[in-house]
Design a protein around this ligand. Structure first.
Ligand code: NAP
Length: 279
């Protein structure tokens, strides 16, 4: 599994990780099996959140005997993100996950509490060894500028943002900002949260053509495209081991410049929207 240095942490993290939103809607045993299959295939970056229902507890079961191998990320909702609230939310996540530390802890999206408060809470947790690093999610460039001014350099490990073939807004400004500042860019919902390009559409046919040339699937081609740029990571979710293994293979898929240009032409990034899109 191909790894990249994860922003300021410098930890080598697999470019293809695993999402966990809605895994609690599936059979629990299947969800645990899929996560385990992914970990065994090298998808050791696991993304969860206090907001994802029972997902943290399911992740806890899946990582119980392989915690050391996992780069574990969870998130605090903005409503809990006061200095003390961050501490309480983190303790609750650690309990549900059955671990004593997170590798990275994120603010789920910008909210009502001052970032100074939230980041002070993150730093308290970091000093206490409860989290090894922290970052943000759904931050546009203005939010990132403010965050950097408060946190200083080498503190914000990542920005987790919406990024799939039909939603490439982050390429305009957020991704260049992250590259300049050495902040990892973790793209979420790489399959459009289940709304993947129709195989009969022109774009769908291009994905199939590229996939056939590499003996892989259109889903793996999408993941390879979404992690083609430096500093980028992605976190597909699946509760099916066979699909998880297919997704893992994308990390070793090298798209040629001509294939990248073809995909780019069929899934254009479009104009820069006024607001950063999020789910
Ligand atoms: P996604 O990964 O874009 O898509 C998941 C859907 O694709 C599921 O229906 C899954 O079905 C299906 N799928 C997965 N692999 C497949 C394959 N190889 N072939 C066919 N279908 C496949 O959706 P997502 O869950 O929205 O995003 C991924 C993760 O990003 C989340 O789980 C969460 O951890 C994170 N996220 C973060 C935020 C944020 O605000 N920071 C927001 C949204 C999501 P099965 O499970 O049945 O296989």
């Amino acid at each position: 599994m191909y790894r990249r240095s994860f922003g300021a942490t410098r930890v080598p993290v697999p470019v293809i990780g695993q999402g966990t939103w809605h895994i609690d809607g599936a059979d629990r045993t299947d969800a645990v099996r899929a996560l385990r299959a992914g970990i065994d295939a090298g998808m050791t970056h696991i993304d969860t959140a206090e907001m994802y229902g029972d997902a943290e507890a399911i992740v806890g079961v899946a990582i119980a005997d392989c915690r050391e191998e996992v780069f574990l990320v969870s998130k605090v909702v903005p409503g809990n993100a006061t200095r003390r609230g961050v501490g309480r939310a983190c303790e609750a996540s650690l309990r549900r996950l059955g671990t004593d530390r997170l590798d990275c802890y994120l603010l789920h999206w910008p909210g009502q509490h001052p970032l100074e408060e939230t980041f002070a809470g993150f730093e308290d947790l970091r000093r206490a060894g409860k989290i090894l690093s922290w970052g943000v999610s759904n931050f546009d460039v203005g939010d990132l500028d403010r965050a950097l001014a408060i946190a200083g350099p080498d503190r914000i490990a990542c920005n987790q943002v919406l990024y799939h073939l039909n939603e490439r807004a982050i390429e305009h400004a957020v991704l260049p900002w992250c590259e300049r500042q050495g902040v990892a860019m973790v793209g979420y919902s790489p399959f459009g949260s289940g709304d993947f390009p129709d195989p009969a559409s022109p774009g769908g046919r291009v994905l199939r053509q590229v996939a056939d040339a590499h003996g892989t699937t259109p889903y793996a081609v999408a993941l390879a495209f979404l992690t083609r740029l430096p500093g980028t990571f992605t976190i597909p979710k699946s509760v099916r081991p066979a699909r998880t293994l297919e997704n893992a293979k994308a990390a070793d898929l090298q798209l040629s410049p001509a294939e990248i240009a073809l995909i780019d032409a069929h899934f254009p990034r479009g104009p820069r929207p006024r607001m950063l899109p999020m789910l």
